[in-house]
Design a protein around this ligand. Structure first.
Ligand SMILES: [Zn+2]
Length: 201
């Protein structure tokens, strides 16, 4: 898996592509992006890696991403005063949570991802796996942190930065197009006389 520091990169990169993601929803996305790795606790219960409940199993599936996104978005709508619709919150959270398994499937170690559990227990990797896998234990991670973080910076944070920047540009272009349309409408109304003040008789 990429480290717990890197999964949130997707939330930060995806947010600008939406018209408005409030800070509270962004923080929820950051937290949710790392939640699938809660399955590392399965080792403590003696559940094998390959088991559907094992690491990279059901909590990395698309179904889990959908259910967690729906529940988190519903809770967000219930307790937040921000004017974000359930649909937008749900879509943002689904992208962020589902991206966890996608990034894991691009790592060069561990076992594949159970994207379709419980419908299929097959584990998947992508053909392109440039991300250095992060060790699960904290002591092992301390030994290998350098190359792992360097690899994540190159393959996740750097592309994420470009995607984030492109999102800001996209929103700016849309805003300019909207402003231009309003300006054209006003001008055409003005020239047709619809906006002139009626004279008193
Ligand atoms: Zn993971």
């Amino acid at each position: 898996m990429p480290t717990i520091f890197t999964h949130p990169a997707v939330a930060l990169a995806a947010a600008p592509w939406f018209r408005r993601i409030p800070r509270s929803l962004l923080i929820l996305g950051v937290v949710c992006s790392a939640l699938p790795d809660i399955d590392t606790t399965s080792f403590a219960f003696g559940i094998p890696y390959e088991h559907p409940l094992g690491h990279r199993g059901v909590t990395h599936s698309l179904l889990f991403a959908l259910l967690l996104a729906v529940c988190a978005a519903a809770a967000y709508r219930r307790y937040s005063r921000d004017a974000v619709t359930f649909r937008v919150a749900c879509l943002f959270l689904f992208i962020v949570i589902a991206s966890h398994g996608i990034l894991d499937a691009m790592t060069n170690g561990g076992k594949g991802i159970g994207f379709f559990i419980p419908f299929s227990s097959h584990r998947f990797f992508f053909p392109f796996r440039p991300i250095e896998v992060s060790p699960i234990g904290a002591s092992d991670f301390a030994d290998e942190a350098g190359p792992v973080l360097l690899s994540e910076a190159r393959w996740v944070w750097l592309p994420g930065l470009f995607i984030c920047g492109a999102g800001f540009v996209w929103q700016r272009v849309k805003a300019c197009q909207g402003a231009a349309t309003i300006f054209r409408c006003k001008r055409s109304l003005h020239s047709s006389g619809s906006m002139t003040t009626p004279k008193r008789r």
